[in-house]
Ligand binder design. Structure first.
Ligand code: ADP
Length: 415
């Protein structure tokens, strides 16, 4: 801009000077300006022609030459950026085309922008009709509607295929930025079938084992002996039969929980008496060996299955007793928040090594055999996880080996 002004000022000055020599400075300046305007119109015409036809910039000098050069440089830079972007885009499209997972790009209102062939196959999408459609018009399953309604995309969703093929899909949505989102779909039919077979197998085995175990327990109860060796053998047999019975009961409960991951209609109840009952049992179990404390509000009404929560929360408390040496402090807390409550159990027990923390809720996982000499099955925390999942909650564990552990969970009140 400055370059243009100084040039115009130069032309006016030169016109003034030449005009002055001839005794008409204003006329000189005017002729100078008119000449430069004519020249500029010519350059504008050149610019227009160049913009229409492309190619090299027109030859010119001064500010016009500089402007042509700038435009040319910027155009070259933009072209190379567009080339890079086009390459990246086509590379991305080629790779997503080969993906076995379905990929759909959506805007914030869930309008479909683009999909890959796997998504087309999984959702039976029609290229002409479905582009720009709202996804909720294509996937009408209520669980999907509430999934996108909640907009909590930290979790994925398991869904029967909307094209009624009997397949099962896993869907997860991730926001890309303020405008766009990407949805990934996986066909998990095989995995779901295997899970069902495994679950049925475990349920059948537990069912079949229950009757012989009941008979064995009954018979052992009836056995009586005068000699000490046989007494000890009978006691040991009874202990092992009880342990097996516990494992069978836990496995059967786990299968039931796994088969029904969602509770459709949860009754409301006050959680406080349940925690008090757990505390009473804990006192009896500890038998004065630990310093147990309870902090609890007067009332906490939540929606859920009282029996299930009793079994899950008591398991956490009983573990604190099992894995704490005599004299250890154990605190049990229920804190009432606005729309949830938090249950926490802290102990000063043997603690859990960091590498085991993520595996605690696996079936049959025990940190080591030595610490569970008392007969733990390793199923307790797995049951806790399933019960908490059914109550839209999860178990948090913090622990330092040799110093103690804190187990907590946040239970929503109204879902
Ligand atoms: P178990 O019947 O063996 O107690 P759980 O599933 O309840 O099975 O617990 C799994 C493992 O987690 C236990 O074997 C134990 O090693 C560890 N654990 C659970 N709670 C605690 C705790 N409060 N302190 C230390 N270790 C614990």
């Amino acid at each position: 801009m400055i370059y243009f002004f100084t040039t115009v000022a130069g032309v006016v000055l030169a016109g003034l000077l030449i005009g002055y020599i001839f005794g008409a400075p204003i006329l000189g300046a005017f002729i100078g300006l008119a000449g430069y305007s004519l020249y500029s119109s010519q350059q504008l015409a050149k610019l227009h022609r160049w913009l229409m036809t492309g190619g090299k910039p027109p030859e010119s000098i001064g500010p016009w030459g500089h402007t042509f050069e700038q435009i040319y440089r910027r155009e070259k830079h933009l072209k190379s950026e567009i080339k890079d972007l086009t390459l990246a885009l086509s590379r991305m499209r080629r790779s997503t085309k080969r993906l076995r997972m379905g990929v759909i790009f959506l805007d914030q209102q869930l309008h479909i922008q683009w999909w890959n062939p796997a998504a087309e196959k999984l959702l039976k999408l029609r290229p002409k009709q479905d582009i720009g459609q709202n996804l909720v018009n294509l996937i009408r399953d209520p669980s999907f509607v509430s999934y996108v309604g909640d907009a909590d995309f930290t979790r994925s969703l398991r869904l029967p295929s909307p094209s009624y093929t009997g397949d099962t899909l896993r869907i997860s949505i991730s926001p890309i930025d303020k405008r766009d989102m990407v949805m990934v779909l996986e066909d998990i039919t095989q995995q779901t079938k295997l899970d069902e077979i495994r679950s049925e197998f475990v349920a059948n085995i537990s069912h079949e084992m229950r009757s012989p175990l009941t008979v064995m327990t009954g018979r052992l109860d009836m056995c009586d002996s005068a000699d000490q060796v046989t007494d000890r053998t009978l006691a040991s047999l009874k202990m092992q039969t009880d342990r097996l019975t516990n494992i069978v009961e836990d496995l059967s409960l786990l299968s039931k929980l796994e088969a029904n991951p969602v509770i459709t209609d949860k009754p409301s109840f006050d959680l406080v008496p349940t925690i008090k009952e757990i505390f009473e049992h804990a006192l009896a179990m500890s038998n004065g060996q630990h310093n147990l404390s309870l902090e609890i509000p007067d009332q906490v009404i939540i929606k859920g299955m009282q029996q299930e929560l009793y079994s899950a929360l008591s398991n956490i408390v009983f573990n604190a007793i099992k894995y704490s040496p005599d004299g250890g402090d154990i605190s049990i807390q229920l804190i009432d928040d606005a729309d949830s409550c938090t249950f926490t159990v802290s102990d000063q027990g043997i603690g859990i090594p960091e590498e085991s923390l993520t595996r605690l809720t696996e079936r049959f996982y025990r940190v080591d055999q030595a610490r569970t000499a008392g007969g733990g099955s390793g199923l307790g925390l797995s049951i806790v996880r399933h019960v908490l999942n059914r109550h839209e909650s999860m178990l948090n564990v913090k622990s330092v080996l040799g110093q103690g552990s804190t187990f907590s969970c946040r239970l929503p009140k109204n879902t």
